[in-house]
Design a protein around this ligand. Structure first.
Ligand code: GAP
Length: 499
């Protein structure tokens, strides 16, 4: 268990070039993040692992790359123009803005007598509850503790609170306005005119590009049900409170599958995707009990959804969603069919039936997955220095498939021809498609530690023995064991270990 993990991870991401604040030289911009040289490799590897597993290795899923800006009628038909809203409240005093469903009032009242009323964001609830009960005498405290859940209200339902209790700002204690709907889609204008006829939206999800192309893909690819269409791409949401590093951003990437199937097979496919997607995260390093699969309660389900489950991860800031898997029935296709006036039905030439397929949607966030992989990988332990003395080290134990650099190659010293041999191994790795890093500067222990921090799973060292028998050492980042192998076998060895 690493203390202050989030703080340390954010520091490492900046120091080593994983993630930077967007436009930092101008003071940044809230909710936007840039991926540096190591970060972009990590994120690409996450996307490539997903694409490889859900598209290339399968016969029943094809890919798509739709535009970010689409005809605005897409977003009317999908319900986003009317309903993609969050409840927003403003502080009348300090002018801060909050999502009304994320600000809590902790209110301890005994009849008319309000013992305590504080406004907090979710991470302050437990402390505020304890404070609320601590202020009461022991008899009252027991009663309050028994109904502890009823102490907490979101400011969204402030009208249901006892008289005399107002919604307060968690920052300054000022009074909050009542909640109003705030549409999270970013608006822009297409063409030279800036009026209502040229309004367009930056897509808030990649899914609708798939639904809008469903017929194109069906008619051109000779696919039969069940089949899926997968897409990776940017999505934009004007989040009221972007927070927790990249977890809730305003610009992010999604990796989504819309899997079309017969309605009577939808629940079977839903269960298949729910389990398959959970296992994908386990297989890529989230094997600890911080990962969980949570089925939605019936009252949590959207009105069109027959079932939904979330793959969740316990981040240092709380348990949150990485990916949702839903049975969306024929909701999306039927809405586009009606709005566009195009037939979206499928003809099953075996059963001779015509129907609208149901859709199972596994919808994940690339940035959230990347953040979870980083959180899980971050470790602090010890590794011996050149003299064999244990030294503290920070290491990212990333799954080798995701690691930005697969292998680092070092000459032990900068003489006796060692740099030439090491450079050749480095070049061989690169031409075999392995991302490799060559480093000849500084003590070898320091070079190992720099690679540990970058998550590089293997370090190859050319030393005195190499000059005699053409063997090199390969150090394993996690076990710290060193294998001695023939220099010419490095590429094959690293490939085998990665797969
Ligand atoms: N098509 C369904 C859909 O978009 P969603 O639950 O709104 O569903 C899917 O989003 C995934 O996209 C989430 O599980 C999350 O990983 C990612 N995501 C959503 N909003 C995000 C944000 N503001 N920042 C980063 N990732 C986000």
């Amino acid at each position: 268990m690493v203390e202050n993990l989030m703080e340390k991870l954010v520091g490492l991401c900046k120091r080593r070039g994983f993630i930077f604040q967007s436009s930092e030289i101008y003071g940044g911009i809230n909710g936007f993040w840039d991926y540096g040289p190591l970060g972009v490799e990590l994120k690409r590897n996450v996307k490539e692992a997903w694409w490889e597993d859900v598209v290339r290795k399968r016969d029943d899923i094809v890919g798509l790359d739709a535009t970010i800006i689409m005809n605005p009628k897409v977003w009317e038909a999908s319900g986003h123009v009317a309903g993609f809203t969050d409840p927003l409240v403003d502080c009348t005093q300090c002018k801060a803005r909050f999502r009304a469903d994320k600000v809590y009032l902790v209110v301890a009242a005994e009849g008319e007598n309000v013992i305590l009323q504080v406004a907090v964001e979710s991470d302050g609830i437990e402390e505020a509850k304890a404070a609320a009960t601590a202020g009461a005498n022991s008899k009252t405290r027991r009663r309050l503790e028994q109904k502890a859940d009823r102490l907490v209200w979101t400011v969204e339902c402030v009208d249901k609170l006892p008289d005399g209790i107002a919604a307060l700002c968690p920052s300054c204690g000022g009074e909050l306005t009542s909640a109003r709907k705030f549409n999270m889609m970013f608006k822009t204008f297409v063409g030279a005119m800036e009026d209502s006829s040229s309004v367009a939206y930056l897509r808030p999800e990649t899914a609708q590009g798939i639904f809008a192309n469903y017929k194109n893909v069906l008619d051109t690819s000779r696919l039969k049900l069940p089949f899926g269409i997968a897409q990776i791409g940017k999505a934009f949401r004007n989040e009221i409170n972007p927070r927790n590093f990249t977890f809730r951003s305003r610009e992010f990437e999604q990796m989504e599958i819309e899997f079309f199937c017969r309605p009577d097979e939808a629940q079977t496919w839903y269960k298949y995707w729910r389990d398959t997607r959970y296992k994908w995260y386990v297989d890529h390093g989230l094997g600890s009990d911080k990962l969980r699969l949570r089925d939605h309660e019936p009252e949590e389900l959207a009105h069109y959804a027959a079932a939904c489950a979330d793959v969740e991860y316990e981040f240092p800031f709380g348990i949150s969603e990485l990916e949702g898997i839903g049975n969306r029935t024929d909701y999306d296709l039927s809405h586009h069919q009606e709005a566009a006036g195009r037939d979206m039905s499928y003809f099953d030439d075996q059963s001779k039936e015509r129907f609208l397929p149901y859709v199972i949607e596994p919808s994940g966030g690339v940035d959230r997955a990347t953040l979870a992989f980083l959180c899980e990988a971050y470790c602090e332990d010890e590794a011996p220095d050149e003299k064999g003395n244990p030294q503290p080290r920070t290491v990212l134990k990333l799954h080798p498939r995701l690691a930005p650099t697969k292998v680092a190659v070092f000459p032990l010293v900068k003489k006796d021809g060692m740099p030439d041999i090491a450079s050749k191994i480095h070049a061989d790795c690169k031409s075999a498609g392995l991302s490799s890093f060559y480093d000849e500067k500084g003590a070898v222990g320091r070079r190992y530690r720099r690679q540990d921090e970058a998550g590089t799973p293997f370090c190859v060292t050319v030393d005195g023995q190499t000059l005699e028998d053409q063997t090199v050492t390969v150090r394993d980042r996690d076990s710290l064991t060193q294998d001695r192998i023939a220099a010419e076998k490095v590429v094959g060895y690293v490939r085998d270990r990665i797969s």
